[in-house]
Design a protein around this ligand. Sequence first.
Ligand SMILES: Cc1cc2nc3c(=O)[nH]c(=O)nc-3n(C[C@H](O)[C@H](O)[C@H](O)COP(=O)(O)O)c2cc1C
Length: 175
Amino acid sequence: VNAAALPRADALPASFRNALRGQASTVCVITAHTPFGAHGMTATAVMSLSVDPPALAIAINRTARMNPHLQPGAPLCVQLLAEHQADIARGFAGALPQERRFSIGHWDRDAWGEPVLAGAVASFSGTVDQRIELATHSLLIVQVRAVRTSTHTRPLLYAHGDFTGLCAVAQECAA
Ligand SMILES: Cc1cc2nc3c(=O)[nH]c(=O)nc-3n(C[C@H](O)[C@H](O)[C@H](O)COP(=O)(O)O)c2cc1C
């Protein structure tokens, strides 16, 4: 390890956050019912964990209002947003109050009654299998029980602090 190339320990949180701006991610919206009704939030800390069994891992900040409701056994739905759904991502990231978030986009219900977004690249219905508390975040292991896909195959991406898409990225490369 080249120690000179490492950031000073006290500078690490800022440089770590800055470095992660370069990690392009597919934008997701997590939805679930809570005692206060349907709830949803934008998340990019979503990864495929295994295919057999079908499982996802999601990191949710403890300050997110839906966090306390995502306990083991709780049903939820994870939508991979399509390129044209950036307004939904902004709304569910706090630009809209919770009670107005479902007013944008067309929302159906999955077999468990959770909100599922029409026109998303994919929606995964599942239940929280395990929950691990890690400092500021809760890591949820989600067992997937049903999948929906749509003809919109191009995902909405988030990189360098902004929403983008595969075509924009390709044009940037061609320029
Ligand atoms: C592109 C993007 C990605 C985000 N990813 C996450 C995430 O993975 N986990 C998380 O806890 N919050 C994430 N957030 C922040 C939440 O969407 C935001 O704090 C939201 O307002 C939480 O819901 P609440 O207002 O109901 O508490 C992200 C925000 C944006 C804009």
